[in-house]
Design a protein around this ligand. Sequence first.
Ligand SMILES: *Cc1c(COP(=O)(O)O)cnc(C)c1O
Length: 370
Amino acid sequence: MHDQLIPAAKPLIGDEEVAAVERVLRSGMLAQGAEVAAFEEEFAAQFLRGRTTVAVNSGTSGQLLGLIAAGVGPGDEVIVPSFTFAAVANSVVLAGATPVFADIEPVHFTLDPEHVRALVTPRTKGVMPVHLYGHPFLVDGIEEVAAAHGLAIFEDAAQAHGASWRGRPAGTIGSFAMFSLYPTKNMTAIEGGMVACADEGTARRVRLLRNQGMETQYANEIVGYNNRMSEVHAAVGRVQLRKVAAWTAQRQRNAAVLDAALDGIDGLTVPRVAEGAEHVYHQYTVRIAEGERDRVREALREEHGVGTGVYYPIPNHRLPSLTRYAQGVELPETERAAAEVLSIPVHPSLTDGELDRVVSGLTATMSAGG
Ligand SMILES: *Cc1c(COP(=O)(O)O)cnc(C)c1O
């Protein structure tokens, strides 16, 4: 037994974040203002080649407002993966539309373009692919299907700050994209989201929806929400923005160590990176075949002090909240992934000793199996 469990994820908060919070709290300017505006601009400059961004109070809010701004509503269908966090399908339902669940491809666990094509109907308004684990979805295939059928791409970049596909940054592919700033994501604002918009019309609608439909105070143009980001959250996000590139590089170095040590182990598949893809390793997710995953997970925790995650154990189409949208749906690769994936620590605060323990623990646990 180890007394110190290596956590599966760990937010990094330093003195700079604490100082930024204190500075904003003492300023007395707390509600959405100059910090939020600066955060939006800096985020766009760093990740999005200057695309217009709108900061909101969560990634999920960003997804919902983006969909409404795109005109998605009752009677529309949006094709989504089932193998992802429930926020994706939830945002479609909350917009009043119908999520249609598509299967994933087995290599990167992202939406399978051919299955998306098979699910298109006259009601399909768009497709919402996810850059899962920080690996870009198969952009060429999804864009081809979207173009062929006149679908919009609503990009879920919640886990993909800094990822790219053939040099195109995650967040610049869809008609809008959403980033999450939740504590376990590659960077955080404690809670928060960023919507990246392809055009000014979308950006303006998201801005209105974020703040009761107002651009000018008390001249409400449309019915909107209160999904604003606070100055305190933006100040934390701005500090994290200055650190995230180094953290991503460290995630990638950690992943290279894991690849070198784990590739070739019987019964285990390391994550593959598609040609032209920049993977930012929000998670380092291996596949463990044939019913062994849960034993491996347990042994890693109990015998080696290594925390792991399963993202995601129950596919969305089988969640009690969403089964009504999934009558008769069968997604074999989604089911297989849900039973086989295991995310092991890759976060930038791992020490060399901890990384060694992850490798030796997993190696020992795999050879102890059948
Ligand atoms: C985290 C996450 C979300 C939701 O973001 P929140 O900021 O938690 O609302 C949506 N999609 C995916 C894939 C996520 O990982």
